[in-house]
Ligand binder design. Structure first.
Ligand SMILES: O=C(O)C1=C[C@@H](OP(=O)(O)O)[C@@H](O)[C@H](O)C1
Ligand SMILES: C=C(OP(=O)(O)O)C(=O)O
Length: 421
Protein backbone atom coordinates (compact mmCIF):
# COMPACT_ATOMS: atom_id res chain seq x y z
CA UNK A 1 0.00 0.00 0.00
CA UNK A 2 1.31 3.43 -0.98
CA UNK A 3 2.54 5.80 1.71
CA UNK A 4 1.35 9.40 1.59
CA UNK A 5 2.15 11.65 -1.40
CA UNK A 6 4.07 14.68 -0.21
CA UNK A 7 5.75 17.59 -2.01
CA UNK A 8 5.51 20.21 -4.73
CA UNK A 9 5.74 19.65 -8.47
CA UNK A 10 4.88 21.44 -11.72
CA UNK A 11 3.10 19.42 -14.42
CA UNK A 12 3.88 19.91 -18.15
CA UNK A 13 2.08 22.36 -20.42
CA UNK A 14 -1.59 22.10 -21.34
CA UNK A 15 -2.23 19.77 -24.30
CA UNK A 16 -5.20 21.70 -25.72
CA UNK A 17 -3.39 25.04 -25.57
CA UNK A 18 -0.16 23.56 -27.01
CA UNK A 19 -1.98 22.19 -30.08
CA UNK A 20 -3.75 25.50 -30.65
CA UNK A 21 -0.58 27.60 -30.24
CA UNK A 22 1.09 25.74 -33.14
CA UNK A 23 -2.04 26.03 -35.29
CA UNK A 24 -2.65 29.73 -34.69
CA UNK A 25 1.07 30.43 -35.11
CA UNK A 26 1.01 28.57 -38.43
CA UNK A 27 -1.87 30.58 -39.92
CA UNK A 28 -0.73 33.99 -38.60
CA UNK A 29 1.70 36.52 -39.95
CA UNK A 30 4.98 36.81 -38.07
CA UNK A 31 6.67 34.79 -35.38
CA UNK A 32 4.82 33.02 -32.58
CA UNK A 33 6.92 32.05 -29.56
CA UNK A 34 5.57 29.30 -27.31
CA UNK A 35 6.82 28.87 -23.74
CA UNK A 36 6.16 25.60 -21.87
CA UNK A 37 4.92 23.80 -25.01
CA UNK A 38 3.91 20.20 -24.20
CA UNK A 39 6.34 17.86 -25.96
CA UNK A 40 4.03 14.85 -25.93
CA UNK A 41 3.29 12.53 -28.85
CA UNK A 42 -0.04 14.22 -29.68
CA UNK A 43 1.36 17.76 -29.75
CA UNK A 44 4.37 16.62 -31.80
CA UNK A 45 1.83 15.22 -34.27
CA UNK A 46 0.43 18.72 -34.68
CA UNK A 47 3.91 20.22 -35.04
CA UNK A 48 4.92 17.69 -37.72
CA UNK A 49 1.68 18.15 -39.66
CA UNK A 50 2.22 21.91 -39.98
CA UNK A 51 5.85 21.36 -41.01
CA UNK A 52 4.51 19.14 -43.81
CA UNK A 53 2.18 22.01 -44.76
CA UNK A 54 5.26 24.17 -45.29
CA UNK A 55 5.51 26.04 -41.97
CA UNK A 56 8.95 26.52 -40.41
CA UNK A 57 8.82 25.49 -36.74
CA UNK A 58 11.90 25.18 -34.56
CA UNK A 59 12.65 24.56 -30.90
CA UNK A 60 15.39 26.77 -29.44
CA UNK A 61 16.24 26.79 -25.71
CA UNK A 62 12.94 25.16 -24.72
CA UNK A 63 10.91 27.67 -26.70
CA UNK A 64 9.00 26.76 -29.83
CA UNK A 65 9.20 29.32 -32.64
CA UNK A 66 6.52 29.13 -35.34
CA UNK A 67 7.32 31.25 -38.39
CA UNK A 68 3.84 31.93 -39.75
CA UNK A 69 3.25 33.54 -43.15
CA UNK A 70 -0.54 33.46 -43.07
CA UNK A 71 -3.02 30.72 -43.98
CA UNK A 72 -2.62 31.39 -47.74
CA UNK A 73 1.00 30.21 -47.58
CA UNK A 74 0.17 26.67 -46.45
CA UNK A 75 1.19 24.23 -49.20
CA UNK A 76 -0.19 20.85 -50.25
CA UNK A 77 1.67 18.10 -48.36
CA UNK A 78 3.57 15.59 -50.48
CA UNK A 79 2.08 12.61 -48.61
CA UNK A 80 -0.86 11.87 -46.28
CA UNK A 81 -0.64 13.63 -42.90
CA UNK A 82 -0.32 11.16 -40.04
CA UNK A 83 -2.57 12.20 -37.16
CA UNK A 84 -1.28 9.37 -34.93
CA UNK A 85 -3.59 9.04 -31.91
CA UNK A 86 -4.72 12.67 -31.77
CA UNK A 87 -8.40 13.56 -32.12
CA UNK A 88 -7.65 17.22 -31.43
CA UNK A 89 -5.13 17.48 -34.27
CA UNK A 90 -7.45 15.72 -36.71
CA UNK A 91 -10.56 17.75 -36.03
CA UNK A 92 -8.92 21.17 -35.70
CA UNK A 93 -6.63 20.82 -38.73
CA UNK A 94 -9.69 19.83 -40.79
CA UNK A 95 -11.14 23.27 -40.07
CA UNK A 96 -7.98 24.90 -41.45
CA UNK A 97 -7.75 22.60 -44.49
CA UNK A 98 -11.44 23.14 -45.30
CA UNK A 99 -10.59 26.42 -47.06
CA UNK A 100 -7.25 25.43 -48.64
CA UNK A 101 -7.30 25.04 -52.43
CA UNK A 102 -5.70 21.58 -52.40
CA UNK A 103 -6.38 18.01 -51.41
CA UNK A 104 -5.06 16.52 -48.15
CA UNK A 105 -5.48 13.01 -46.78
CA UNK A 106 -5.45 12.44 -43.02
CA UNK A 107 -4.56 9.00 -41.66
CA UNK A 108 -4.24 7.80 -38.06
CA UNK A 109 -3.58 4.85 -35.77
CA UNK A 110 -6.07 2.04 -35.08
CA UNK A 111 -7.76 3.92 -32.21
CA UNK A 112 -8.12 7.22 -34.07
CA UNK A 113 -9.40 5.39 -37.17
CA UNK A 114 -12.38 4.20 -35.10
CA UNK A 115 -13.33 7.67 -33.82
CA UNK A 116 -16.23 9.56 -35.39
CA UNK A 117 -15.39 12.33 -37.87
CA UNK A 118 -18.91 12.89 -39.21
CA UNK A 119 -19.29 15.52 -36.48
CA UNK A 120 -16.81 17.77 -38.34
CA UNK A 121 -17.59 16.56 -41.87
CA UNK A 122 -21.19 17.70 -41.49
CA UNK A 123 -20.68 21.39 -40.57
CA UNK A 124 -17.56 21.82 -42.74
CA UNK A 125 -19.46 20.36 -45.74
CA UNK A 126 -22.27 22.83 -45.03
CA UNK A 127 -19.62 25.55 -45.25
CA UNK A 128 -18.46 24.29 -48.68
CA UNK A 129 -15.56 21.86 -48.10
CA UNK A 130 -15.47 18.38 -49.69
CA UNK A 131 -14.72 15.19 -47.79
CA UNK A 132 -14.17 11.58 -48.73
CA UNK A 133 -14.09 9.05 -45.90
CA UNK A 134 -15.05 5.49 -45.13
CA UNK A 135 -18.25 5.88 -43.18
CA UNK A 136 -17.15 9.03 -41.39
CA UNK A 137 -13.82 7.56 -40.29
CA UNK A 138 -10.16 8.07 -41.23
CA UNK A 139 -8.60 7.98 -43.79
CA UNK A 140 -10.21 11.28 -44.59
CA UNK A 141 -9.50 13.23 -47.78
CA UNK A 142 -10.32 16.93 -47.62
CA UNK A 143 -10.58 19.15 -50.68
CA UNK A 144 -10.84 22.74 -49.59
CA UNK A 145 -12.97 25.34 -51.25
CA UNK A 146 -14.47 28.79 -51.02
CA UNK A 147 -16.38 28.66 -47.74
CA UNK A 148 -19.59 30.32 -46.72
CA UNK A 149 -20.40 31.40 -43.13
CA UNK A 150 -23.04 29.35 -41.28
CA UNK A 151 -25.29 29.58 -38.23
CA UNK A 152 -24.56 26.45 -36.28
CA UNK A 153 -26.25 25.12 -33.17
CA UNK A 154 -23.88 22.54 -31.70
CA UNK A 155 -25.61 19.13 -31.57
CA UNK A 156 -23.03 17.82 -29.05
CA UNK A 157 -20.77 19.55 -26.54
CA UNK A 158 -17.39 19.31 -28.26
CA UNK A 159 -14.59 21.84 -28.20
CA UNK A 160 -12.96 20.04 -31.11
CA UNK A 161 -15.99 20.43 -33.38
CA UNK A 162 -16.52 24.03 -32.26
CA UNK A 163 -12.84 24.82 -32.92
CA UNK A 164 -12.91 23.23 -36.41
CA UNK A 165 -15.82 25.52 -37.33
CA UNK A 166 -14.13 28.60 -35.84
CA UNK A 167 -10.93 27.92 -37.78
CA UNK A 168 -12.84 27.38 -41.04
CA UNK A 169 -14.98 30.45 -40.41
CA UNK A 170 -11.90 32.69 -40.50
CA UNK A 171 -11.75 32.10 -44.28
CA UNK A 172 -15.48 32.23 -45.09
CA UNK A 173 -17.22 34.86 -47.19
CA UNK A 174 -19.50 36.03 -44.37
CA UNK A 175 -19.71 35.81 -40.55
CA UNK A 176 -20.39 32.51 -38.76
CA UNK A 177 -22.41 32.10 -35.56
CA UNK A 178 -22.00 29.11 -33.26
CA UNK A 179 -24.29 28.40 -30.30
CA UNK A 180 -23.53 25.81 -27.63
CA UNK A 181 -26.10 24.41 -25.18
CA UNK A 182 -23.35 23.65 -22.71
CA UNK A 183 -20.11 25.56 -22.95
CA UNK A 184 -17.10 23.40 -23.82
CA UNK A 185 -13.47 24.42 -23.25
CA UNK A 186 -12.88 27.84 -24.84
CA UNK A 187 -9.13 27.88 -25.52
CA UNK A 188 -9.70 28.48 -29.24
CA UNK A 189 -11.85 31.53 -28.58
CA UNK A 190 -9.29 32.90 -26.07
CA UNK A 191 -6.40 32.38 -28.44
CA UNK A 192 -8.20 33.87 -31.43
CA UNK A 193 -9.02 36.94 -29.34
CA UNK A 194 -5.28 37.30 -28.71
CA UNK A 195 -4.15 36.76 -32.35
CA UNK A 196 -6.96 38.79 -33.93
CA UNK A 197 -9.31 40.66 -31.55
CA UNK A 198 -11.56 41.85 -34.43
CA UNK A 199 -12.26 38.27 -35.54
CA UNK A 200 -14.33 37.15 -32.57
CA UNK A 201 -17.11 38.22 -30.22
CA UNK A 202 -18.51 35.96 -27.51
CA UNK A 203 -21.84 36.57 -25.77
CA UNK A 204 -22.43 33.80 -23.23
CA UNK A 205 -22.77 30.58 -25.24
CA UNK A 206 -22.88 32.37 -28.63
CA UNK A 207 -19.72 32.92 -30.69
CA UNK A 208 -19.57 35.17 -33.77
CA UNK A 209 -16.61 34.93 -36.13
CA UNK A 210 -15.86 37.77 -38.55
CA UNK A 211 -13.71 36.47 -41.42
CA UNK A 212 -10.62 37.91 -43.14
CA UNK A 213 -9.14 40.02 -40.36
CA UNK A 214 -5.37 39.62 -40.04
CA UNK A 215 -3.91 37.23 -37.44
CA UNK A 216 -0.61 38.42 -35.97
CA UNK A 217 2.03 36.17 -34.31
CA UNK A 218 2.07 36.22 -30.49
CA UNK A 219 3.95 34.98 -27.43
CA UNK A 220 2.04 32.16 -25.74
CA UNK A 221 2.78 31.08 -22.16
CA UNK A 222 1.21 27.65 -21.81
CA UNK A 223 0.09 26.93 -18.21
CA UNK A 224 0.38 23.45 -16.67
CA UNK A 225 -2.30 21.00 -17.82
CA UNK A 226 -5.09 20.60 -15.25
CA UNK A 227 -5.95 17.26 -16.88
CA UNK A 228 -2.42 16.06 -16.01
CA UNK A 229 -2.47 17.67 -12.54
CA UNK A 230 -5.76 15.82 -11.96
CA UNK A 231 -3.97 12.45 -11.58
CA UNK A 232 -2.04 13.71 -8.56
CA UNK A 233 -4.93 15.75 -7.14
CA UNK A 234 -7.07 12.61 -7.04
CA UNK A 235 -4.15 10.47 -5.81
CA UNK A 236 -3.53 12.90 -2.93
CA UNK A 237 -7.25 13.02 -2.12
CA UNK A 238 -7.48 9.23 -1.75
CA UNK A 239 -4.11 8.28 -0.23
CA UNK A 240 -4.29 9.01 3.53
CA UNK A 241 -2.06 11.74 4.95
CA UNK A 242 -1.08 13.12 1.54
CA UNK A 243 -0.34 16.81 1.17
CA UNK A 244 0.83 18.13 -2.21
CA UNK A 245 1.04 21.34 -4.23
CA UNK A 246 1.06 21.57 -8.01
CA UNK A 247 2.32 24.89 -9.29
CA UNK A 248 1.22 26.95 -12.32
CA UNK A 249 -1.85 24.89 -13.28
CA UNK A 250 -4.26 26.31 -15.89
CA UNK A 251 -7.59 27.11 -14.23
CA UNK A 252 -9.65 28.29 -17.19
CA UNK A 253 -13.21 27.99 -15.77
CA UNK A 254 -14.24 25.70 -18.67
CA UNK A 255 -11.71 23.13 -17.39
CA UNK A 256 -12.07 23.20 -13.60
CA UNK A 257 -14.97 20.75 -13.16
CA UNK A 258 -12.53 18.38 -11.44
CA UNK A 259 -11.92 20.95 -8.68
CA UNK A 260 -15.67 21.43 -8.07
CA UNK A 261 -16.21 17.69 -7.73
CA UNK A 262 -13.21 17.26 -5.43
CA UNK A 263 -14.62 20.03 -3.22
CA UNK A 264 -18.10 18.47 -3.22
CA UNK A 265 -16.54 15.18 -2.17
CA UNK A 266 -15.04 17.01 0.83
CA UNK A 267 -11.43 17.30 -0.36
CA UNK A 268 -9.38 20.06 1.19
CA UNK A 269 -8.20 22.18 -1.78
CA UNK A 270 -6.59 25.62 -1.87
CA UNK A 271 -5.70 27.84 -4.83
CA UNK A 272 -2.92 30.41 -4.38
CA UNK A 273 -0.63 32.57 -6.56
CA UNK A 274 -3.23 33.20 -9.27
CA UNK A 275 -1.58 34.71 -12.31
CA UNK A 276 -2.50 35.60 -15.88
CA UNK A 277 0.59 35.64 -18.08
CA UNK A 278 -1.51 33.74 -20.65
CA UNK A 279 -4.61 31.88 -19.58
CA UNK A 280 -5.42 32.07 -15.86
CA UNK A 281 -3.26 29.78 -13.68
CA UNK A 282 -2.73 29.06 -9.99
CA UNK A 283 -0.89 26.79 -7.57
CA UNK A 284 -3.24 24.08 -6.29
CA UNK A 285 -2.72 22.42 -2.90
CA UNK A 286 -4.66 19.44 -1.62
CA UNK A 287 -4.58 17.35 1.53
CA UNK A 288 -6.24 13.96 2.05
CA UNK A 289 -9.54 13.94 3.96
CA UNK A 290 -12.38 11.42 4.34
CA UNK A 291 -14.47 11.58 1.15
CA UNK A 292 -18.23 11.80 0.61
CA UNK A 293 -20.03 10.27 -2.39
CA UNK A 294 -21.06 12.59 -5.22
CA UNK A 295 -23.23 12.86 -8.32
CA UNK A 296 -22.13 14.17 -11.74
CA UNK A 297 -24.70 14.77 -14.50
CA UNK A 298 -24.56 15.80 -18.18
CA UNK A 299 -24.27 19.57 -17.68
CA UNK A 300 -21.00 19.16 -15.79
CA UNK A 301 -19.34 16.65 -18.18
CA UNK A 302 -17.77 19.08 -20.72
CA UNK A 303 -15.84 20.80 -17.91
CA UNK A 304 -14.26 17.53 -16.76
CA UNK A 305 -14.62 15.19 -19.75
CA UNK A 306 -11.06 13.83 -19.66
CA UNK A 307 -11.15 13.45 -15.86
CA UNK A 308 -14.15 11.09 -15.70
CA UNK A 309 -11.99 7.91 -15.36
CA UNK A 310 -10.20 9.54 -12.42
CA UNK A 311 -13.44 10.69 -10.86
CA UNK A 312 -14.62 7.07 -10.99
CA UNK A 313 -11.50 6.28 -8.95
CA UNK A 314 -12.32 9.06 -6.50
CA UNK A 315 -15.84 7.58 -6.16
CA UNK A 316 -14.33 4.17 -5.44
CA UNK A 317 -12.77 5.64 -2.25
CA UNK A 318 -15.77 7.78 -1.15
CA UNK A 319 -17.93 6.67 1.76
CA UNK A 320 -21.13 5.83 -0.14
CA UNK A 321 -22.69 5.40 -3.57
CA UNK A 322 -21.67 7.88 -6.33
CA UNK A 323 -23.32 8.23 -9.75
CA UNK A 324 -21.78 9.63 -12.92
CA UNK A 325 -24.19 10.02 -15.87
CA UNK A 326 -24.37 11.99 -19.15
CA UNK A 327 -20.85 10.84 -20.07
CA UNK A 328 -21.68 8.86 -23.25
CA UNK A 329 -18.98 10.82 -25.15
CA UNK A 330 -16.44 8.75 -23.20
CA UNK A 331 -17.29 5.77 -25.37
CA UNK A 332 -15.84 7.68 -28.36
CA UNK A 333 -12.42 8.60 -26.95
CA UNK A 334 -9.07 6.79 -27.44
CA UNK A 335 -10.90 3.74 -26.02
CA UNK A 336 -14.44 3.17 -24.79
CA UNK A 337 -13.52 4.65 -21.43
CA UNK A 338 -16.77 3.61 -19.73
CA UNK A 339 -16.25 -0.04 -20.60
CA UNK A 340 -12.49 0.14 -19.92
CA UNK A 341 -12.91 1.58 -16.42
CA UNK A 342 -15.73 -0.79 -15.50
CA UNK A 343 -13.80 -3.86 -16.67
CA UNK A 344 -10.49 -2.91 -15.08
CA UNK A 345 -11.99 -1.64 -11.79
CA UNK A 346 -13.83 -4.97 -11.43
CA UNK A 347 -10.43 -6.69 -11.63
CA UNK A 348 -9.49 -4.68 -8.51
CA UNK A 349 -12.69 -5.78 -6.76
CA UNK A 350 -14.25 -2.30 -6.95
CA UNK A 351 -18.09 -2.27 -6.71
CA UNK A 352 -18.81 -0.56 -10.05
CA UNK A 353 -21.83 -0.92 -12.32
CA UNK A 354 -21.69 0.17 -15.97
CA UNK A 355 -24.46 2.45 -17.27
CA UNK A 356 -24.93 3.39 -20.96
CA UNK A 357 -23.66 6.88 -20.10
CA UNK A 358 -21.58 6.42 -16.95
CA UNK A 359 -21.25 4.40 -13.75
CA UNK A 360 -22.63 3.73 -10.29
CA UNK A 361 -19.84 3.10 -7.78
CA UNK A 362 -20.08 2.02 -4.14
CA UNK A 363 -16.91 3.24 -2.45
CA UNK A 364 -17.76 1.50 0.84
CA UNK A 365 -16.92 -1.95 -0.53
CA UNK A 366 -13.36 -3.04 0.30
CA UNK A 367 -11.18 -3.67 -2.77
CA UNK A 368 -9.61 -7.09 -3.42
CA UNK A 369 -7.55 -7.94 -6.49
CA UNK A 370 -9.44 -10.51 -8.58
CA UNK A 371 -7.12 -10.34 -11.61
CA UNK A 372 -3.73 -8.52 -11.45
CA UNK A 373 -3.35 -8.18 -15.24
CA UNK A 374 -4.76 -4.75 -16.05
CA UNK A 375 -5.35 -3.46 -19.58
CA UNK A 376 -4.68 0.14 -20.63
CA UNK A 377 -6.55 -0.37 -23.93
CA UNK A 378 -3.60 1.68 -25.35
CA UNK A 379 -5.36 4.73 -23.85
CA UNK A 380 -3.09 7.15 -21.96
CA UNK A 381 -5.78 8.32 -19.53
CA UNK A 382 -6.81 4.75 -18.68
CA UNK A 383 -3.14 3.76 -18.17
CA UNK A 384 -2.48 6.67 -15.78
CA UNK A 385 -5.75 6.16 -13.87
CA UNK A 386 -4.82 2.50 -13.34
CA UNK A 387 -1.30 3.50 -12.22
CA UNK A 388 -2.87 5.65 -9.49
CA UNK A 389 -5.40 2.93 -8.56
CA UNK A 390 -2.52 0.42 -8.31
CA UNK A 391 -0.95 2.57 -5.55
CA UNK A 392 -3.86 1.55 -3.32
CA UNK A 393 -3.57 -2.24 -3.61
CA UNK A 394 -1.06 -4.53 -1.86
CA UNK A 395 -0.94 -7.20 -4.61
CA UNK A 396 1.43 -6.24 -7.46
CA UNK A 397 -0.46 -5.60 -10.72
CA UNK A 398 0.72 -5.22 -14.32
CA UNK A 399 -0.63 -2.74 -16.87
CA UNK A 400 -0.11 -3.49 -20.57
CA UNK A 401 1.28 -0.82 -22.95
CA UNK A 402 2.03 1.76 -20.27
CA UNK A 403 4.06 3.60 -22.92
CA UNK A 404 0.85 5.08 -24.30
CA UNK A 405 1.19 7.58 -21.42
CA UNK A 406 3.55 9.47 -23.80
CA UNK A 407 0.49 10.64 -25.75
CA UNK A 408 -0.19 13.37 -23.17
CA UNK A 409 2.26 13.07 -20.27
CA UNK A 410 5.74 11.66 -21.03
CA UNK A 411 7.11 12.61 -17.57
CA UNK A 412 4.21 11.13 -15.57
CA UNK A 413 6.32 8.46 -13.84
CA UNK A 414 9.12 10.83 -12.83
CA UNK A 415 6.62 13.39 -11.50
CA UNK A 416 4.83 10.67 -9.50
CA UNK A 417 8.18 9.49 -8.11
CA UNK A 418 8.90 13.04 -6.87
CA UNK A 419 5.76 12.92 -4.69
CA UNK A 420 6.38 9.47 -3.21
CA UNK A 421 7.87 9.89 0.22
O1 LIG B 1 -10.46 20.63 -27.85
C1 LIG B 1 -9.68 19.95 -27.18
O2 LIG B 1 -8.47 20.26 -27.03
C2 LIG B 1 -10.20 18.73 -26.52
C3 LIG B 1 -11.55 18.55 -26.41
C4 LIG B 1 -12.20 17.38 -25.79
O3 LIG B 1 -12.71 16.55 -26.82
P1 LIG B 1 -14.17 16.79 -27.47
O4 LIG B 1 -14.16 18.03 -28.25
O5 LIG B 1 -14.38 15.58 -28.35
O6 LIG B 1 -15.12 16.81 -26.31
C5 LIG B 1 -11.19 16.57 -24.97
O7 LIG B 1 -11.73 15.30 -24.65
C6 LIG B 1 -9.86 16.41 -25.64
O8 LIG B 1 -8.96 15.75 -24.79
C7 LIG B 1 -9.24 17.75 -25.98
C1 LIG C 1 -9.60 12.62 -25.78
C2 LIG C 1 -8.34 13.04 -25.70
O1 LIG C 1 -7.59 13.57 -26.72
P1 LIG C 1 -7.87 13.62 -28.29
O2 LIG C 1 -9.34 13.70 -28.50
O3 LIG C 1 -7.11 14.79 -28.78
O4 LIG C 1 -7.30 12.33 -28.87
C3 LIG C 1 -7.63 13.01 -24.38
O5 LIG C 1 -6.53 13.55 -24.31
O6 LIG C 1 -8.14 12.44 -23.40
Amino acid sequence: MQSALIGTIAVPGDKSISHRSIMFGAISNGETVINNFLESADCLTTMNAFRQLGVKIETVDNQVHVHGKGIDHLVAPSEPLNMGNSGTTTRLISGILASRPFETTLVGDASLSKRPMQRIIEPLTQMGAHFQSTDGHLPLTITGGQLTGIDYHMPIASAQVKSAIILAALSANQPTTIVEDTKSRDHTEAMLAQFSPQSITVHGNQIIIQPHHPLVGQTINVPGDISSAAFFLVAAAIIPESNITITNVGINPTRTGILSVLKRAGANINLTNQSQTGELSADISITATPLKPFTITAAEIPGLVDEVPLLALLAARANGISRITGAQELRLKESDRIKAITTEFKKLGIAIEELPDGFVIDGREPWHVVDPHLDSYHDHRIAMTLKIAALLVKTPVTINDEECINISYPTFNTDLAKLRS
